[in-house]
Design a protein around this ligand. Structure first.
Ligand SMILES: Cc1ncc(COP(=O)(O)O)c(C=O)c1O
Length: 361
């Protein structure tokens, strides 16, 4: 153990943040690892960031028994590294784990991992507007077998990546009418790798047609908007903020919930409802819908310049970025502690006990 600690200290002493930090490509040189075996979680620790040996027959590789989270640590104007609503990420991580029959990581272990990683990397949290230390809690099954059943051994890793925001500019989205990202009763409402693998083919098709992202429809009727591949969806209609209701097959985003509350707080009317895509297109045509945007931890808020169909039809938005830039600024101001935090969303990463209590709430 002492030699791992020495190795970690040496690696951190030698680490330098690169000048360019696109989203999710620079990996911090240390990560946190905890193991589950003999029916319980065992104490974790910081280890060097490195390949992890996995048996080729492990359930993670053979059956996709894997879940993850996406969250960020922010550099505050003071000196403390801050986390944003980590309790929601822990809860969602627990739901994802349970859905794939993996053991839930105790809140105290989750908080310990966060404070260890963010504490060790505090000086490498980039401080530019919208920059952060992106954090990727990851959990997967280790047991090797070809029978379709779960595992008794699991690994939890907390990987970190100093990053810019995911999408810095405006995006163009294509309505996906052929493929579905998630099934009704499936895993669309949890954060597991298979959902993302299932989105890749349609996304490639939409990029080939000049768009950036697929807009997914609900798998039951194929008529109602769900979300994008890694972001929730919002529309400004008659000056009000509308978003698809949680249908059971889309992900309940932390950013989605935060923007809805923030918008209400700013006096904007909000509505979480079933949103037929054809109705939305008509609303754009007649000028009732003035703005669309996507939101998620990685991108924060990504204004949508245009929405289109595979057949080449396309609709541009009138007021790109008008409401969304206000919401983005208000959210970032809270996350980076440049403004008051009226909802009590922000917590320091440095006090593990307080962080555990926050995560458990
Ligand atoms: C499919 C999907 N929807 C929505 C989101 C937005 O969620 P959050 O705001 O919690 O990052 C994400 C990102 O995690 C996602 O992967």
């Amino acid at each position: 153990m002492a030699s791992t600690e020495t190795a970690v200290a040496g690696i951190l002493a030698d680490y330098r943040l690169p000048a360019e930090i696109p989203f999710g490509v620079e990996f911090a040189p240390v990560m946190y690892r905890a193991d589950y075996f003999d029916g319980e979680w065992h104490a974790g620790s910081l280890v060097p960031f490195a390949d992890v040996p996995v048996n080729p027959a492990a359930t993670a590789l053979q059956f996709g028994q894997q879940a993850f989270e996406g969250m960020k640590a922010y550099k505050s104007t003071g000196s403390r590294p801050l986390l944003f609503r980590p309790n929601l990420n822990w809860r969602r991580f627990a739901r994802s784990a349970d859905r794939l029959r993996m053991p839930v990581l105790p809140a105290a272990l989750f908080a310990n991992a966060l404070s260890a990683v963010v504490g060790a990397l505090a000086e490498f949290i980039p401080g530019g507007r919208g920059q952060s230390l992106y954090l990727r809690p990851t959990l997967f099954g280790l047991d090797p077998h070809f029978a379709v059943k779960g595992s008794d051994r699991f690994v939890f890793l907390l990987i970190a990546s100093p990053s810019d925001a995911y999408y810095a500019g405006q995006i163009r989205i294509m309505i996906e009418r052929e493929n579905f990202r998630a099934a009704s009763g499936g895993t669309g409402d949890v954060k597991v790798g298979g959902n993302y693998a299932a989105s890749l083919l349609a996304n490639e098709n939409c990029v080939a047609r000049g768009f950036d992202q697929s807009l997914w429809l609900d798998p039951k009727s194929g008529e109602n908007i769900e979300e994008l591949s890694a972001m929730n969806f919002m529309a400004v209609i008659d000056g009000e903020l509308h978003t698809p209701a949680l249908s059971g097959s889309l992900l309940e985003g932390v950013t989605r919930d935060s923007l809805l509350r923030l918008a209400k707080h700013l006096g904007i009317k909000v509505s979480s409802r079933t949103m037929p895509v054809d109705e939305l297109v008509r609303d754009i045509e007649v000028g009732r819908c003035s703005e669309l945007f996507a939101c998620g931890t990685g991108a924060i808020v990504a204004p949508i310049a245009a929405i289109g169909e595979a057949d080449g039809r396309e609709w541009s938005l009138r007021d790109v970025g008008q409401m969304s830039s206000k919401l983005r600024d208000a959210l970032l101001d809270i996350q980076e502690a440049n403004s008051d935090d009226p909802f009590g969303w922000v917590v320091g990463a440095d006090d593990c006990e307080a962080l555990t209590a926050f995560v458990e709430q």
